[in-house]
Design a protein around this ligand. Structure first.
Ligand SMILES: NC(=O)c1ccc[n+]([C@@H]2O[C@H](COP(=O)([O-])OP(=O)(O)OC[C@H]3O[C@@H](n4cnc5c(N)ncnc54)[C@H](O)[C@@H]3O)[C@@H](O)[C@H]2O)c1
Ligand SMILES: [Zn+2]
Length: 374
């Protein structure tokens, strides 16, 4: 056995903590920053609130991040960081805003357009503008990972950039910020958390600390996702989901995700499923596929969660998906039987190789067909 665990991000988890932003910046010597968020925050009044919490230290705003952010958005954001001579950035939002800011902070000091680092094989310099990541969904865990997922529409690619320089300086997790998340987004992002936990555990690169984190995150999701979905004002459920999100982020950042994330990328690109819903599309079925791998360690994991085994855990995920209105079958997702070979080919992302049971195109097609019986 051989493993290494490293986690360089300072984490502050504090309900209402965003109101202390100015003091947190001051104590870190950060004076002039750029706020990165998506248009929802400009419309909701939260953008102005955060500018005031920052006590005048946020000198510029980039508020045009779209879901599944494009490389051009990260380039524009990097340009703003350079032009304003910013000594930090704040990302306020879900994975989209955080990923855009992470890539921009690294590219701002490495130079050149991001496409070179994304798909061009160019190495980032290792230096980055310090980032304060403030997640508003529970969620991607992007505040503690060194990965930014960007879309390149010209090449038809959605892919991660990973580099140690993309770890945030500080993750500030304030569950109050998630109270406004609508139910469908609560469900999709919550199922993303569960995908991170389960895939961290069954990844071929699993390791003991991440296994423990994965178990804790999965317990929290099974206990609290339905509550947060049914009553968005339930601050206790929101806190628990934020806790699950950051713990799942810590669980998967080293082992990496596996088949459900590999399959999610084309489901998002070709069929428009939001990230978490796209991951959940195969997650329940993969519980059965992976149940007996490595001497049944997933069955043992599911039993620790109170299930009879991995298949029963998968059935609970299917129930949660149906209850929360997620798309479950091929027909729900608008996928024709004839599309399956091309879809399977597009799932050949490197993360697919982390799945404990090898999945070729024929097995992927069979997996997608099985959604019809859910
Ligand atoms: N970097 C990583 O480690 C990592 C991990 C998983 C996923 N991702 C990526 O993150 C992206 C998805 O992020 P996401 O699921 O958080 O969604 P998102 O950031 O795209 O946000 C989804 C929607 O929710 C809205 N929203 C966010 N916070 C809100 C709030 N507090 N109140 C009301 N509305 C709010 C946004 O405006 C947006 O319309 C995808 O691109 C995915 O590939 C990254
Ligand atoms: Zn994810």
């Amino acid at each position: 056995m051989k493993w290494t665990y490293i986690q360089p991000v300072e984490i502050i988890f504090e309900t209402g903590g965003v109101k202390r932003l100015s003091a947190l910046l001051e104590s870190r010597g950060l004076t002039k920053g750029v706020l990165v968020c998506d248009p929802f925050f400009a419309g909701s009044g939260l953008l102005e609130a955060v500018l005031s919490y920052a006590g005048g230290k946020l000198a510029a705003v980039y508020a045009s991040v779209t879901p599944n952010p494009r490389i051009e958005e990260a380039d524009a954001c990097a340009a703003l960081l350079r032009e304003t001579g910013a000594d930090f950035a704040v990302a306020l939002g879900g994975g989209s805003a955080m990923d855009c800011a992470k890539a921009a902070c690294a590219a701002a000091l490495s130079g050149g357009p991001i496409v070179g680092y994304h798909t061009g094989g160019k190495k980032l310099s290792g230096a980055a503008v310090p980032l304060i990541a403030i997640p508003t969904t529970a969620g991607t865990g992007s505040e503690v990972t060194c990965v930014a997922v960007l879309s390149d529409e010209a090449q038809g690619v959605k892919a991660p950039i990973a580099d140690n320089s993309m770890y945030a300086r500080l993750a500030l997790i304030d569950p109050e910020l998630t109270l406004s998340v609508p139910p469908r987004v609560t469900a999709a992002t919550g199922l993303d958390v569960l995908s991170h936990a389960l895939e961290a555990f069954w990844s071929r690169n699993h390791q003991p600390i991440c296994d423990a984190l994965a178990l804790r995150a999965a317990v929290l999701v099974f206990e609290n996702l339905q509550r947060a979905f049914e009553d968005g004002d339930d601050i206790d459920a929101r806190e628990k989901m934020c806790e699950a999100s950051v713990i799942a982020g810590l669980a998967f950042t080293l082992p990496k995700t596996a088949a459900s994330h590999a399959c999610s990328y084309p489901l998002t690109n070709l069929y428009g499923l939001p990230h978490g819903e796209a991951c959940a599309f195969t997650l329940d079925l993969l519980c059965a596929v992976n149940a007996e791998a490595e001497n049944g360690r997933l069955n043992a994991f599911a039993r620790q969660l109170g299930f009879g085994g991995a298949r029963q855990m998968g059935a609970e995920i299917t129930r949660l998906k149906k209850l929360t209105g997620m798309r479950v079958t091929l027909a729900d997702a608008g996928i024709d039987e004839a599309d399956l070979p091309a879809l399977a080919e597009k799932c050949r992302h490197p993360n697919l190789l982390n799945n404990p049971v090898p999945l070729d195109d024929a097995l992927l097609i069979a997996l997608f067909r099985r959604t019809k019986s859910l």
